[in-house]
Ligand binder design. Structure first.
Ligand code: NAD
Ligand code: DAU
Length: 379
């Protein structure tokens, strides 16, 4: 079949990438969707079982740092668009091993950009109808001040505004907020964002960068707060809360992020930046209590009976106090809003993890055990 477009989605076997691949494969049978992934510890093809036999889906196991292999793929598949999610994504790992983050996030992104440039510039139409869309994070902006530690009413409303609708400070990340990354992870993402913008400004490559807040939902690797805690509560293991649990994050359901990526890939303006967020700030300790109550209730336990698992541990080094995204540009210009109330999103998420125990068991066997011991036992 002749496809209308061929798109490479990097990191498609990871958490967010698998939701983006699923959305594109199902929604656009006229596109060929190539999932390019190295399958690191975080990549898992079981995340895509439901689409693996679709005719418009292809999986390619490749390292984004392999410039020659990627250039050949661009040429042989006549790639029109790249949605780039592949990255090392966990802050705690970046604190232990920053080199891997520089290699994948910085050099890997540069390698994709340079190969895309060579291929697209060799075509008669050059950059027409081409797109390099880079998925970044709100962490590149640094940390916001917590001027309202008890929370005040949020200045933003959305159709899905949650009952809990607090802001913990006066300021929010906007697209023009100066970059000020603090962790090796966010420094590597910031660097990759700069390279993407440089390829637009220098060579005229059509690029877009989006910076999103914390995602949650099915298929997230259980080193991240929400799946780790769901899994531990189920097994009645301690819940390692960093510092006092007062840090604030802005949470977005992963399918809402995937919807935003689809919209921006098709309707976003070249060279623009869009912030994506949930208008949904939570202190860690409050979100942890919601997760405990939800897991307990769904397991038929007394809600709150597992609060005693909360264990305050040594804080993360350089732990950013507060992230909060102002995504009104995306709302105003492209009409995107989060669709789920947080209460609905967390219910769906906890149910999914409890019903997909086999997925969790497969991931948490083997290397994970060692990672878990190293990361948490001596904290
Ligand atoms: P993840 O860790 O779950 O998945 C990353 C994927 O990239 C994995 O499938 C992995 O195998 C693949 N990968 C890693 N190194 C690779 C390499 N060298 N070559 C090819 N593939 C490689 O990550 P995620 O949470 O889904 O995040 C995806 C992207 O979104 C990242 O760029 C991250 O910075 C960004 N982001 C994440 C969040 C979040 O809350 N998770 C929020 C905002 C932005
Ligand atoms: O803001 C977007 C970012 O969100 C993404 O760019 C990252 O890829 C993604 O991992 C996420 O980063 P965080 O560091 O915010 O997520 P994490 O789930 O690791 O931690 C969320 C908060 O919970 C953070 O304040 C640290 C705290 N925490 C985390 C873990 C894993 C704990 O207190 N205990 C834990 O065991």
């Amino acid at each position: 079949m002749e496809y209308k477009k061929t798109i490479v989605i990097t990191g498609g076997a990871g958490f967010i990438g698998s939701h983006v691949v699923r959305l594109f494969v199902n929604k656009y049978p006229e596109y060929k969707v190539i999932n390019l992934d190295k399958l690191t510890y975080a990549g898992n093809l079981a995340n895509l079982k439901d689409v693996e036999n679709k005719p418009n889906y292809r999986f390619v196991k490749m390292d984004i740092c392999d410039f020659d292999a990627f250039l050949s793929l661009m040429r042989s598949e006549h790639v029109d668009g790249i949605i780039h999610l592949a990255a090392e994504s966990h802050v705690d790992r970046s604190i232990k091993d920053p080199f891997t983050f520089a290699r994948t996030n910085v050099m890997g992104t540069l390698s994709l950009l340079q190969a895309a440039k060579l291929y697209w510039e060799s075509l008669p139409e050059k950059y027409d109808n081409k797109m390099f869309y880079h998925i970044s994070t709100d962490e590149v902006y640094g940390a916001l001040e917590m001027t309202h530690p008890e929370g005040v009413e949020s200045p933003f409303t959305t159709a899905a505004s949650s009952q809990h609708h607090h802001a913990y400070g006066e300021t929010f990340f906007v697209e023009t907020t100066k970059y000020n990354p603090h962790s090796p992870y966010s420094a590597s993402k910031a660097s990759s964002d700069h390279f993407v913008r440089a390829f637009h400004d220098t060579y005229g490559m059509p690029t877009i960068v989006t910076n999103c807040s914390n995602n949650y939902g099915p298929f997230q690797f259980p080193e991240k707060l929400i799946p780790l805690f769901i899994n531990n509560i189920r097994q009645r293991k301690p819940l390692p809360v960093y510092g006092k649990g007062e840090n604030v994050r802005d949470w977005l359901y992963v399918e809402d992020h995937a919807r935003a990526i689809d919209l921006i890939f098709h309707k976003g303006k070249v060279a623009e930046t869009y912030n994506i967020g949930g208008f949904n700030e939570w202190k860690n300790i409050d979100i942890i209590k919601v997760v405990i109550n939800t897991v307990d209730r769904l397991l038929g336990r007394e809600p709150g009976e597992d609060m005693n698992l909360i264990t305050f541990v040594t804080d993360r080094l350089g732990h950013d106090a507060r992230y909060a995204i102002d995504s009104r540009k995306l709302q105003r210009e492209l009409g995107w809003e989060p669709s789920l109330q947080f209460e609905e999103g967390i219910e769906k998420t906890v149910k999914w993890y409890l019903e997909n125990q086999e997925w969790m068991n497969n991931i948490t066997s083997g290397d994970y055990e060692k990672y878990y011991d190293d990361m948490y036992k001596n904290r």
